[in-house]
Design a protein around this ligand. Sequence first.
Ligand code: SF4
Length: 108
Amino acid sequence: MSFYGVIESYKNIDIDRYMNNVTDEDVIKSLSKENLDEYDLLNLLSKKASNYLEEMAQKANKITNQYFGKTICLYTPMYIANYCINKCVYCGYNLESKIKRKSLIWKK
Ligand code: SF4
């Protein structure tokens, strides 16, 4: 399922109402499943789930090891210009920054 499909799957769920009614049993059941659905995600993000942080951390560690093994991945973006049309508040390249703009892309 695409990310858009995931977002669409939540469209008809009253999320506040659902999350306020999550029980310990819902959280435990979600933690025991291999394949989680959209309701499991809500269960694990609910206030009730805060009592199960260690169990969630262990499950997350298991899944991470299953997919990636014992690796550490580092990456860094390589900028070839500091032009940007966005306004991410944490970024010095954002549209509203009063900086001198440069591009390493050769233009005719
Ligand atoms: S403002 Fe910064 S972080 Fe946001 S899209 Fe532009 S370059 Fe990326």
